[in-house]
Ligand binder design. Structure first.
Ligand SMILES: C[S@@+](CC[C@H](N)C(=O)[O-])C[C@H]1O[C@@H](n2cnc3c(N)ncnc32)[C@H](O)[C@@H]1O
Ligand code: SF4
Length: 423
């Protein structure tokens, strides 16, 4: 039987601890063929409608008692495409901690960065991907190496925290004289606080299409990256990030609780996971009709919530049973029981403060696990959701959902945990 549709007050009641806010901007001026995220090239007038819907969605949650938020993260799409419209949403969100935004390098000019700082942003992630024109051409990025470097130089010193995103496609990299490790070194020499080094994921529904991974080379390249980072005084703070030792951490995914606003945004409430509509018009339509734009509701329960929470703690390199116990009580025994065998296998080691840190071998295993989760759970879910665009008249022409990986494991998870909210 279908459960009753969710109301904002239900979501707020399900949240078991203070949350960060995530805002999604699903617009890009041009589409990069490797990118799996939910976005369209906007049609005239669409951004104005979208941001008005965002303000309405945020307002409904605030009226229901949400906030203040422990942090704000604005991602996309390209969040820096319509800064004035975004400003009208950001000003609504009471935030006690950092405010972070993804910056497309061509938007990383001193004046635009100053405008972001004036809007209250304290952290930026510059989507450089590489400082090699060969790699940027391979990725069909809308900027060149000079723009990437200029944006990073302009960002450093303007914000409390500057992250740079790099992508490594190891096969292309091997054939093109190892640009990735040089890119990493450039970031370290430019003094950024954090470098995110993402192995290129090949989602079947993107124009880049599916491809296998050379796991051994990925492990070798990331191990070499870890050595280079350490030699420059940077530590591995998560599976794919390196930080200056004294710097804070910038992340979109390891906040323990978050409430998402906008098309395709996710919320994790402790025992429940929500996903908003992906279609931009579908999202706007739901908000205008007075409904929450939640498309999917997975009720993970206590054990599932614990597993989700512990999984993302592990991504950030440290599992903290005492924090998990505060949220999941005696169920935390399930995680505690796993840690000694993982330690015996050399994947984690116990720290003095009772946390369990991933070892270099643990990071390698997690890297493989994260890829598995991406292709077996995230890709099939997002492919289903991207079909909403076709129903709206096919604006997301870059996505071919039928070419995505459709896995049995995702079907089983969805069948076991999904709450139908169409009543
Ligand atoms: C929402 S995107 C980028 C924000 C901004 N629009 C830009 O392009 O600079 C966030 C980051 O995800 C990473 N990313 C995108 N597609 C990826 C893929 N297929 N595999 C791995 N990382 C990816 C990129 O490093 C990118 O900077
Ligand atoms: S990588 Fe960034 S600019 Fe390129 S399509 Fe994805 S969100 Fe848009």
């Amino acid at each position: 039987m279908a459960a009753a549709p969710l109301a904002p007050a239900d979501v707020v009641a399900l949240l078991d601890a203070p949350a960060g806010a995530y805002v999604h901007v699903p617009f890009c001026a041009r589409i990069c063929p490797f990118c799996p995220y939910d976005k369209v090239v906007p049609r005239p007038g669409q951004p104005e409608h979208y941001f008005a819907a965002l303000r309405t969605e945020v307002g409904r949650y605030l009226d229901a008692g949400a906030g203040p938020f422990t942090s704000l993260y604005v991602g996309g799409g390209t969040p820096t495409l319509f800064p004035e419209l975004l400003g009208g949403v950001v000003e609504l969100l009471p935030t006690t901690g950092e405010r972070a935004i993804e910056v497309l390098p061509t938007h990383g000019t001193p004046s635009r960065l100053d405008a972001l700082a004036a809007m209250g942003f304290t952290a930026v992630s510059v989507g450089a991907q590489s400082f090699s024109d060969d790699v940027l051409h391979h990725l069909r990025r809308p900027h060149d190496a000079a723009a990437a470097r200029a944006a990073v130089v302009a960002a450093v010193g303007r914000f409390a925290l500057v992250d740079v995103d790099l992508i490594v496609d190891v096969e292309f990299d091997d054939a093109h004289a190892g640009a990735f490790l040089r890119d990493l070194t450039s970031c370290l020499e430019l003094g950024v606080d954090q470098v995110s080094t993402y192995p290129l994921m090949r989602f079947g529904y993107t124009p880049f299409g599916r491809a296998g991974h050379d796991r051994r080379r990925e492990h070798e390249v990331l191990a070499e990256a870890t050595r280079i980072a350490a030699a420059h005084g940077y530590e591995r703070r998560s599976v794919w990030t390196f930080n200056r030792r004294e710097s804070a951490t910038y992340t979109s995914i390891t906040r323990r609780r978050f409430l998402g606003f906008g098309a395709s945004s996710a919320s994790f409430l402790g025992r429940d996971h929500l996903l908003n509509q992906f279609g931009v018009e579908t999202y706007i339509g739901a908000v205008e009709a007075g409904r929450l734009p939640v498309a999917r509701h997975l009720h993970l329960g206590t054990l599932g919530g614990l597993a989700y929470d512990a999984f993302w703690q592990a991504y950030a390199g440290r599992i903290r049973p005492s924090e998990l116990a505060a949220a999941y009580g005696h169920w935390t025994a399930a995680v505690r029981a796993l840690l000694p065998p993982l330690a015996a296998a050399g994947l984690v080691r116990r720290d003095d403060d009772g946390a369990w840190a991933l070892t270099p071998r643990g990071f390698v295993a997690y890297h493989d696990l994260e890829r598995w989760v991406t292709y077996h759970l995230i890709e099939p879910l997002w492919a289903e959701m991207l079909e909403e665009h076709a129903a709206e008249g096919g604006r997301a022409t870059w996505a071919t959902p039928s070419a995505a990986r459709r896995t049995h494991i995702w079907q089983l998870v969805a069948r076991a945990l999904e709450r139908d909210r169409t009543a």
